[in-house]
Design a protein around this ligand. Structure first.
Ligand code: ATP
Ligand code: MG
Length: 450
């Protein structure tokens, strides 16, 4: 029997939905026409089905990400109608984000359109193609590691190694050997020659996380490597040239550490040629609804469940909470809620230490059960006729709003929208038809036309 024998695309290459549907169709016809299947053939088909499923998951993740990127209306707080025309207008956050997308900027899963986050992304974009050292600071969970990956992914070293070292997690006695490697017999336990992180990062990027934790002795050694671009393995006289781009991160105030004599000033200036500061989430609360929706969906996918619905009072809490652990805390909360709650999550599923005091029992109102994470901005005015109907309505409304926004953004060009969303064009046409949307209604009119 002829088995489905298409070569899988190389890892990391994503196909379109149309390509995947075609492969599924071939799998289906293989099964339909099979007279008999023995075990190895079944296993082969299963492996192929799993590969297709993984790709669908990847694609839907990517699609959600792009939708989330484009799903907030432009905010233009700085635009004043009576501004002098000579003054250049600040582009709106939505425009800045679109411009990054248009320049094929790799976000690595970072999203949001808070102006301060966009500032950071634009600095990263400019710094990425250079070899200048980048220092990223921000509170825990604000996305420093993600930003380091953004710098790496947008530079010319993107296909070379990205090596991450947590300077706070290595015992002081092992730091030198961890960073620069060692020669066999250099110390007790050094049974073989071993290369260090710098050598592993040759031609690529080395991410020095929690750099503020690096002891002074390690700082001196690091400074020397930054100056000479050479390392010596512990116990060896031989110098080895290394070409690694340095990105460092810290949640400490390095200037304060310098004043306290705990961080070398010369190293600080070497590392911070480009300095990126990430704002805490409580200073970009406008992004919380997006992040709740995004991580609610992600958790649902990971836990193979429907996206959890937030009760209005839980949603209110999540929108105003201070998130000392920043985006990591928000993400973990959404995973926790998605794991512990049934269809609807309420305050009771919050960790005890952040739960508001003595919450009243959850109201069993239809308002609390009809609001999916992604659309639950406010309780619906009238109780929906049934849970299933309410869900369908909410999903339809969200779909329609997204299509309208998308069409508006591309001036009514369906092919362009399909390209942006990496979607099959005919599928998109079907959706537009379903909602009675006409692309021509979104075409920009020529102001001179009569
Ligand atoms: N702008 C963002 N959009 C989406 N997810 C984000 C964003 N920023 C951070 N995250 C997510 O938050 C989590 C924490 O991010 P990351 O590990 O980069 O933070 P960090 O600043 O390095 O934290 P720490 O100081 O504790 O090491 C990760 O899951 C990351 O994917
Ligand atoms: Mg980190």
């Amino acid at each position: 029997m002829k088995l489905f024998n298409q070569n899988l695309p190389p890892r990391g290459t994503m196909m379109s939905y149309a390509g995947l549907l075609e492969r599924l169709e071939i799998l289906r016809s293989t099964l339909r026409w099979a007279n008999s299947l023995d075990r190895p053939e079944i296993e082969k088909l299963l492996r192929q089905a799993n590969a297709v499923r993984d790709e669908v998951m990847q694609l839907s993740h990517k699609e959600r990400f792009i939708q989330a990127l484009g799903s907030q209306p432009d905010r233009q707080p700085d635009r004043q109608p009576d501004r002098q025309p000579a003054e250049p207008l600040e582009p709106a956050p939505g425009e800045r984000k679109q411009a990054l997308l248009a320049r094929s900027f790799v976000f690595e899963g970072t999203f949001g359109d808070n102006p301060r986050l966009l500032d950071a992304l634009e600095i990263a974009e400019k710094a990425a193609p250079t070899d200048l050292p980048v220092l990223i600071d921000g509170e825990s969970g604000t996305g420093k590691e993600l930003m380091a990956k953004v710098v790496h992914a947008n530079g010319s070293r993107a296909d070379k190694p990205y090596i991450s070292v947590n300077c706070g997690a290595i015992p002081e006695s092992l730091i030198e050997s961890e960073l620069f490697g060692h020669k066999r017999g250099a110390f007790t336990g050094a049974a073989t020659d071993r290369k260090g992180k710098f050598e592993s990062a040759h031609k690529g990027t080395i991410f020095l996380d929690e750099i503020g934790e690096l002891p002074l002795q390690g700082q001196v050694k690091l400074l020397r490597v930054l100056q000479s671009h050479e390392i010596q393995r512990v116990g060896s006289d031989e110098t080895i040239a290394v070409d690694a781009r340095i990105v460092a991160a810290t949640n400490k105030n390095l200037r304060k550490l310098i004043e306290q004599g705990q961080f070398r000033e010369d190293l600080f200036y070497r590392l911070s040629v480009i300095h990126v500061s990430l704002p805490p989430l409580r200073e970009r609360k406008d992004e919380i609804p997006l992040l709740l929706a995004y991580y609610g969906d992600e958790a649902a996918e990971a836990l193979k469940r429907r996206p959890v619905v937030l009760s209005p009072r839980l949603r209110d809490f999540l929108l105003t909470y201070a998130y000392p652990g920043n985006i990591r805390e928000l993400r973990n909360l959404m995973y926790r809620l998605s794991c512990l709650a049934g269809e609807v999550a309420d305050l009771a599923q919050l960790p005890e230490d952040i739960r508001p005091a003595a919450p009243a029992p959850a109201p069993v109102s239809t308002a609390s059960i009809a609001v999916p994470v992604s659309t639950a901005m406010a309780a619906p005015a009238a109780p929906p006729p049934s849970l299933a109907e309410a869900k369908r309505q909410a999903s339809d409304e969200a779909e329609r709003a997204c299509l309208e926004r998308g069409l508006k953004d591309v001036g009514g060009t369906v092919a362009e929208l399909a390209r942006r969303w990496d979607m099959n064009r005919s599928h998109l046409q079907i959706l537009l038809k379903k909602h009675g949307l006409h692309s021509k209604d979104f075409r920009q009119r020529d102001p001179n036309a009569h």
